[in-house]
Design a protein around this ligand. Sequence first.
Ligand SMILES: Nc1ncnc2c1ncn2[C@@H]1O[C@H](COP(=O)(O)OP(=O)(O)O)[C@@H](O)[C@H]1O
Ligand SMILES: [Mg+2]
Length: 258
Amino acid sequence: MKIAISGKGGVGKTTLAGCLARYLADQGQVVLAIDADPDSNLPSAIGVPPERLAEVQPLAQIKELVAERTGAQPGSFGGMFKLNPKVDDIPDTYSIMHKGIKLLTLGTVPLGGGGCLCPEGTLLRVLMKHLMVRPGETVIVDMEAGLEHLARGSTENMNAFVVVVEPGQRSIQTAHQVRRLATDLGVRQVYVVGNKVADPSDRELIEQGVSPMPVLGHIGLLPSVREADKQGVSPYDLDEGLRTQIAAIYQALLQVAA
Ligand SMILES: Nc1ncnc2c1ncn2[C@@H]1O[C@H](COP(=O)(O)OP(=O)(O)O)[C@@H](O)[C@H]1O
Ligand SMILES: [Mg+2]
C-alpha cells in the first residue's frame, strides 16, 4: 500500500506516520517512510536517535545530486534541465535505515516559479512517481500541512489517503478541504484518523464532523507521546496502548482499502 498522511499542522501527522511505519515494519513489511514536510521530524517519530539525525540528508538540499541528475543547479529557474532524471537508485543510496524502515527526507523546494519548475522540484516529483509504483514496498508519506502538495501532483497513485483530525472544527475543516481537492485529483478514498481523543464526546465530534469520510479509528490524548518527544524516542516504543490503537487503525484500513 502507498499511504499518504495529511492534515492541519500539529494534529499528529508525523506521530501517526512514524508509529504506523514502525508497526508495519514489525509485521515484516518492507517499509519506506518518506518525510515530505520541509519542517522535517519524521526521523524522530520513528525513533532515530538524536545522534544519528545528522545522517539524514534532505534530498532537495543535496546540491550535487540535484545537479548531477537534472543537469542544472538547484534553485535555478527557467533554464534547461532534464525532465526525466534517473531516480531508481536514490532510495537505497540516500535513505537511512532504522528498525527495518528505510527513511527518505525530501527537503524544501523553493516556491518561486510555481514550486515545480525548478530542478529539485522536478527531481522530487519524478522520484515520488517512481516510488508509488515500486512493487512489494509499503510507502508511508508524512505530508506537509496545507494543501499545496496535492496541487503539485506528488500524491498521484497513492492508494490510501489518510487525514488526521483532532477534536476541533479547524482540523475538521481542513479534512473536508483535503477531501475536495483529493476528489478533484482523482484520489477516490480519503480516510480519517482521530487523534488526541480524550473521551467519547471527542470521538463523536470527529465522527460527525468528518462525515461522510470513513473514520479508521482514534488515538487517545496520550502523555506518552509528549514524553517520547522529551526523551527523543518514538512513542511506539513507550506505549503498548498506542501500539494496539495503531494496529486497529491499520486493520480498519485494510478492510476499507482492500
Ligand atoms: N495522541 C497524542 N497525544 C498527545 N500529544 C500528541 C498526540 N499526537 C501528537 N501529539 C503532540 O502534538 C504535537 C504535534 O504532533 P505531530 O505529530 O508533530 O503533528 P504534525 O506532524 O501534524 O504537525 C507534538 O507536540 C506531539 O507530541
Ligand atoms: Mg509533522
